[in-house]
Ligand binder design. Structure first.
Ligand code: IPD
Ligand code: CA
Ligand code: CA
Length: 263
């Protein structure tokens, strides 16, 4: 069963990747969702349809949660959580930092995940208890133990105007300390780049389950730590994500708490 799920997961990611490659830097329809830069393109929809087709062909009764179509709810204890393009703004601007992200939950626990950036040819994969891989090679988080020398990454919600959390104080705090903070525009790739040691920590407010389902498992399987901003156990259904190499996790929690206490 697990091997069959893995094959279905990888087939779904590859068939979506062919669609992304076909349309990249070409012409396609773009619409705004609730805010002007919260985009959905015709390619998001085609990618999503291809992924769902592959899953449905193998598992007609599995539950699906996907960004553009929402919940295709069933009684199954398997749930596929899909972001057909994570980094849609990058995709729409021809910036090759975007990916397909698919996580598979069984009985509420993430069991498998895949994040595929077809433009860098990087396929990240993890299975619970069996490690994390980049293009088939095992990956580990970095060993950096001092926040002062860490490289951080974050993101900002397009719906910022419509939500009540302000992501700027924490960002400003790190910038004022002179730390390198990157903003790639794809939460799933941010997480995977922590998992393979390029970044030492990632945090973001207000992500959705499809942004993080796969990346969360990939970091955990690469030896990292993921919690909310209080250091409590993580859920992809909650709004705060702090993902680190583990060594600087407490330092990140302390910095975030100090900013929140100032407000
Ligand atoms: C977005 C990206 C971005 C993050 C946003 C997400 P989308 O997903 O992951 O990095 O900052 O909060 O909405 O819209 O490109 O799938
Ligand atoms: Ca996303
Ligand atoms: Ca998306």
């Amino acid at each position: 069963m697990t091997e069959q799920i893995k094959n279905t997961l990888l087939n779904a990611a590859h068939s979506a990747a062919a669609i992304l490659r076909h349309f990249f830097e070409g012409t396609f329809e773009i619409e705004s969702k609730d805010t002007i830069n919260n985009l959905v393109t015709e390619v998001d929809k085609k990618s999503e349809a291809a992924i769902i087709h592959v899953i449905r062909t193998a598992y007609p009764d599995h539950f699906i949660l996907s960004e553009e179509v929402g919940e295709l709810s069933t009684e199954s204890n398997y749930k596929w959580i899909i972001d057909p393009i994570d980094g849609t703004v990058n995709f729409a601007h021809g910036i090759p930092i975007c990916c397909i992200s698919i996580g598979v939950e069984k009985d509420g626990i993430m069991m498998m995940g895949c994040v595929f950036n077809p433009f860098m040819n990087e396929l990240f994969f993890a299975e619970k208890g069996k490690g994390a891989f980049l293009n088939g090679k095992p990956i580990r988080v970095s060993k950096k133990a001092e926040l002062e020398s860490a490289c951080l990454v974050t993101g900002f919600p397009y719906r910022w105007a419509k939500i009540d959390t302000d992501p700027i104080p924490v960002f400003e705090n790190f910038i004022r300390k002179g730390l390198p903070v990157r903003r790639l525009g794809s939460a799933a790739i941010d997480l995977c780049w922590v998992a393979c040691g390029r970044f030492d920590a990632f945090w973001e407010y207000n992500l959705n389950p499809w942004d993080i389902a796969a990346g969360y498992l990939i970091i955990e399987e690469a030896g990292g730590t993921v919690t909310n901003f209080k250091g409590e156990p993580y859920s992809v259904y909650h709004k705060e994500t702090l993902a680190t190499n583990g060594f600087i996790h407490q330092q990140m929690l302390d910095e975030i708490a100090a900013c929140e206490n100032k407000n």
